[in-house]
Design a protein around this ligand. Structure first.
Ligand code: FMN
Length: 213
């Protein structure tokens, strides 16, 4: 049990620490096996994983991401833009591979048990697969960085996704020099993590819960 909590606290979103060394094939299989073991609504397992090695695809994706970085920067105040300038938001070419994780709403449809009232339960399932992947990678000493500065149409076109398949994440994956102990956004004073007690409520939203220390 303590080892599991240790992995949870060591997990980091990685941008700058990739070594670029190849990722061992058996390790990648174990990490993807962990992702594929995630819970999913109606056991639909609505995910696919596209391992992107092609340098041309990765380069084109990175150019698109840098463009979207600019789009975001233009929305910021001068003070925010100054802080944002020092923050790296991707390691697409530095990582060993990209892993695009997708959502297929047709998997197991139409009778997906548990999704009739909440369509989002399908994408929730994919996010759980991503979290399993992330934690397994951490346990293996492999870094993962989630990139979401992109337009879905662009990524769909780049990796040849059929219209019905939705890209959920581009993950930068590979060996790292180390994992930072504090999230990048906190180190760059973008935002601080909130104390647990501020987000736990008792019986009704807004009524603080008293948790044991
Ligand atoms: C859905 C999602 C999208 C994210 N997109 C990006 C991104 O585009 N670029 C980036 O640098 N980090 C991205 N992150 C990482 C977060 O910034 C990071 O998880 C957060 O700052 C906490 O840091 P930690 O993961 O190291 O604990 C994303 C994380 C999630 C869960």
């Amino acid at each position: 049990m303590p080892a599991f909590y240790d992995v949870i606290s060591r997990r980091r979103d990685v941008r700058a620490e990739f070594t670029g060394e190849p990722i061992d094939g058996a390790t990648l299989r174990r990490i993807l096996t962990a992702a594929h073991a995630a819970p999913s609504v109606g056991l639909s397992q609505p995910w696919d994983f596209i391992i992107v090695e092609d340098p041309a695809v990765r380069k084109e994706f990175r150019e698109h991401v840098l463009h979207e970085r600019e789009v975001f920067r233009e929305q910021l105040s001068d003070e925010e833009a100054k802080r944002f300038a020092g923050i790296k938001i991707e390691g697409i070419l530095d990582a060993s591979v990209g892993v695009v994780v997708t959502y297929d709403a047709d998997r197991g449809a139409p009778a997906v048990l548990g999704r009739h009232a909440i369509a989002d339960a399908g994408t929730y399932s994919v996010c759980l697969a991503i979290q399993n992947l992330w934690l397994a990678a951490t346990a293996e000493g492999i870094g993962v960085g989630w990139v979401s500065f992109y337009r879905e149409e662009k990524l769909r076109e780049l990796v040849g996704l059929p219209e019905r398949i939705r890209p959920i994440a581009w993950l930068c994956v590979g060996p790292v020099t180390h994992l930072e102990t504090v999230p990048d956004l906190e180190r760059h004073r973008w935002r601080d993590r909130m104390p647990l007690d501020t987000v736990v409520h008792s019986d009704r939203y807004g009524r603080p819960a008293e948790l044991a220390d």
